[in-house]
Every structure is written in structure tokens, then in C-alpha cells.
Design a protein around this ligand. Structure first.
Ligand SMILES: Cc1cc2nc3c(=O)[nH]c(=O)nc-3n(C[C@H](O)[C@H](O)[C@H](O)COP(=O)(O)OP(=O)(O)OC[C@H]3O[C@@H](n4cnc5c(N)ncnc54)[C@H](O)[C@@H]3O)c2cc1C
Length: 227
């Protein structure tokens, strides 16, 4: 399904969380190799010649360049793409709280929008670009988990999984990629207000979960001292 000329309003719609026409949904075909990015760029060029270019068509082109950038980066330096510190000098201090990570994966955090996004990912294999940024920022900044666990979870579930774009974008959020501006820490309350003001998306994907109890370590979890 497509809507003729949707690319001419891409810049205004691309940050939406849900819907049929807010972005191209071409990434699965690019990822599995049945569509070449050069073909897509050529089609865009033809469209612009016929209908004229605008900020949106140019923005769409710049996203294709991001994909190319991450791809080149993988070709040039694949080892740092999977390293915790990426291209940064220092490795960031992180914790590993298995329960926190499990809650993020299951969409059972204290952040309803993130829960909804994670449910959407697991049930459909899809998450919008804005959603991916929000969910990734939550894991990295609110839960302080090593970004690679999140990248691996996305790898397992995304229909459009692509090593260069997935790991490259995770590094960008975590601030260990090829970006001098450091990481991206999204204010989850502000993002919710801006991108799901009526809570429709959160409701649809059942993000409003009962608040989880604080982590209680059960004495029975601990091994007994050997006598
Ligand atoms: C944490 C995280 C993980 C991601 N993992 C993947 C992944 O595994 N595979 C993947 O293809 N994209 C990934 N992306 C990039 C982006 O979210 C998707 O490419 C986009 O949402 C796919 O939807 P679309 O085809 O409708 O994109 P459109 O918005 O219609 O964009 C057109 C094309 O441009 C490219 N593109 C757009 N945004 C980006 C971007 N930020 N980085 C690289 N290329 C981009 C894609 O090839 C996309 O198909 C990730 C982004 C984040 C923040």
C-alpha cells in the first residue's frame, strides 16, 4: 500500500510513531537486498524532476545518505561497531541489572511509552525511527545498561535488521559512535507529550502496565556459604 506523493510531506510526518504513510517502510527491502539504495535514489531523482524537489524530498535523500554512511563505517571499521566503547577513547561505565533489562525487553518499565514501543516491536517486528530512538535512550540513559544488549534485542526482533544501521544508530544514541556531539538523552516525559499527547499509541500497544515493585533480593537467591 502506498500514497502517491507522500514523500513531499516526509519531513512533517517522519517522526510519527504509528500509521501507514508517515515514512516509506522500505527498510526491510533494503535490508534483505531486494531493493538497492541506488535504485531508490534514482527513483527519487525522477520524482523530483517531475514534481519538483522540496525540503521533504531532500530530507528523505539525506536519510538514504545516513544509511550509506553507516554502511561505509561498517566496511571501513567493523570491529569498533560492536565494541562497547565504539570509536570513543573511554568505555562508559554501565551497570548490568538483569531485571531492568528483562523489564525493558518485556515492555514492563516505569515508562508507558517505552512499554508500548517494546510491545509493538516484539509483536510486529516494527518500530518507527522516533520510537527506536526513545526506546534506545531509555535503556542507555535511564537504565544505564550496556547499549549492546539493546542492539542485540533489536537484532533479534526488527524486520529490517541491518548490522551497520542498527549498531551504528545504537552507538549514536549511546554517544560512542562517529558523532562529536556525544550521546542522545531523550526526556521521556517531553517525548511522550510531543509524540503521543493523547496516549493513543501507548493505549493501542498496552503500555500502561501496573507499576512494578522495587527490586527485592530474596535471600534464597544467594548461594549458601560452603561449610
Ligand atoms: C536504535 C536504532 C536502531 C536502528 N536499527 C535499524 C536497522 O536495524 N535497520 C535499518 O534499516 N534501520 C535501522 N534504524 C534506522 C531507522 O530507524 C530505520 O531505517 C527506519 O525507521 C526505517 O523505516 P523507513 O524505511 O520507513 O524509513 P524512512 O524514514 O522512510 O527512510 C528511508 C530510508 O532511509 C534510511 N534511514 C532512515 N533513517 C535512518 C537512520 N537513522 N539510519 C540509517 N538509515 C536510515 C533507511 O534505509 C530507510 O528505509 C535504526 C535506528 C535506531 C535509532
Amino acid at each position: 500500500m502506498h500514497r502517491e506523493g507522500a514523500v513531499t510531506s516526509y519531513k512533517e510526518t517522519r517522526n510519527q510513531l504509528d500509521g501507514l504513510f508517515y515514512s516509506s517502510f522500505l527498510s526491510p527491502w533494503l535490508a534483505n537486498g531486494s531493493l538497492a539504495v541506488s535504485k531508490l535514489a534514482w527513483e527519487l531523482d525522477q520524482f523530483e524532476k517531475l514534481h519538483g524537489a522540496n525540503d521533504s524530498t531532500r530530507h528523505f535523500y539525506s536519510e538514504l545518505l545516513w544509511r550509506e554512511f553507516f554502511y561505509r563505517r561498517e566496511v571501513e571499521d567493523s570491529s569498533s561497531l560492536f565494541r562497547a566503547k565504539g570509536t570513543a577513547r573511554e568505555r562508559k561505565l554501565v551497570t548490568f541489572d538483569p531485571r531492568g533489562f528483562a523489564r525493558w525487553c518485556a515492555g514492563a518499565t516505569d515508562y508507558p511509552l517505552v512499554n508500548a514501543l517494546m510491545h509493538q516491536l516484539v509483536e510486529s517486528g516494527w518500530m518507527s525511527n522516533r520510537g527506536r530512538q526513545i526506546a534506545a535512550s531509555c535503556l542507555v540513559n535511564e537504565m544505564n545498561v550496556d547499549w549492546r544488549f539493546g542492539a542485540a534485542f533489536f537484532e533479534q526482533h526488527l524486520l529490517d535488521y541491518d548490522a551497520a544501521s542498527n549498531y551504528g544508530n545504537w552507538q549514536y544514541i549511546a554517544g560512542v559512535g562517529a558523532d562529536p556531539r556525544g550521546g542522545r538523552h531523550f526526556d521521556l516525559v517531553k517525548q511522550t507529550r510531543q509524540f503521543d499527547p493523547e496516549g493513543e499509541f501507548t493505549q493501542r500497544w498496552e503500555g500502561y502496565c501496573p507499576k512494578q515493585p522495587e527490586h527485592i533480593v530474596d535471600a534464597a537467591d544467594w548461594p549458601l556459604e560452603s561449610s
